[in-house]
Design a protein around this ligand. Structure first.
Ligand SMILES: C[S@@+](CC[C@H](N)C(=O)[O-])C[C@H]1O[C@@H](n2cnc3c(N)ncnc32)[C@H](O)[C@@H]1O
Length: 213
């Protein structure tokens, strides 16, 4: 499986990495955008499927806003780490399932399907997003590396250091994959006049979704 978190990166290392100033800086705007989206879309009676929950960086935030959250994570180390966090914070509405999305076959649907930092590793992004849309009643919220100089450097480093592929996308490509939805795309991480941002934060709102603002 093209996933560095199964072998190369331990859960503790990843969680420590998230606290590094450089990573915090890179993810600051992404976190702000995601927080605003959670604020706008997540409601107390809603259910969430979070694909690739990792150590729960966003899970806790979302769980506090909704009725229940299923945290889907293929790495047992990440799942165990999140389990401990949940116990420590006495959060009762997160259920962890240790599985990849590809091996997860749910009969239930969810109000929101969220995948942050996951599409990077997914070979068939189109199919992945179509499945997300199939499971979501209201929105699919995700991030994806945007094709450009920064993500090219990121992909090169991942190939060299971890022997994994990083899949990168254009806005057009994502718009095509999500046709039929109302889409907002935010660009973040190293965005400048000369360079495209490394990360796209996307919300695809299903047309039947009714917002309560
Ligand atoms: C960069 S981490 C992001 C974790 C968390 N969402 C965050 O923002 O901190 C990517 C996570 O996606 C998981 N992942 C990778 N491929 C996956 C797949 N096919 N299905 C489900 N999760 C996957 C990894 O195990 C890892 O925990």
């Amino acid at each position: 499986m093209n996933n560095p978190f199964l072998e190369h990166t331990t859960a503790q290392e990843y969680d420590r990495l998230l606290g590094f100033p450089i990573i915090k800086t890179v993810r600051k705007k992404e976190s702000q955008i995601l927080n605003n989206l959670f604020e706008k879309y997540l409601r107390v009676n809603d259910t969430v499927l979070e694909i690739g929950s990792g150590t729960g960086h966003y899970s806790m935030n979302m769980a506090k806003r909704v009725q229940s959250l299923v945290a889907l994570e293929p790495s047992a180390a990440m799942s165990n780490f999140l389990e401990k966090k949940i116990s420590a914070e006495a959060i009762g509405n997160i259920r962890i399932i240790t599985s990849s999305f590809e091996n997860y076959h749910s009969k239930s649907t969810f109000d929101h399907v969220v995948a942050i930092g996951v599409l990077d590793y997914v070979r068939d992004g189109k199919n992945f997003l179509e499945r997300c849309l199939g499971l979501a009643k209201k929105t699919v919220i995700f991030t994806a590396p945007q094709k450009g100089i920064w993500s090219a450097i990121y992909a090169l480093a991942a190939r060299r250091e971890q022997k994994i592929s990083i899949y990168r996308y254009t806005k057009k490509q994502l718009e095509n994959y999500l046709s039929g939805c109302e889409i907002q795309i935010h660009e973040t991480a190293f965005t400048s006049l000369l360079t495209k941002g490394m990360t796209l934060v996307v919300v695809a709102e299903k047309n039947n979704s009714k917002k309560t603002e």
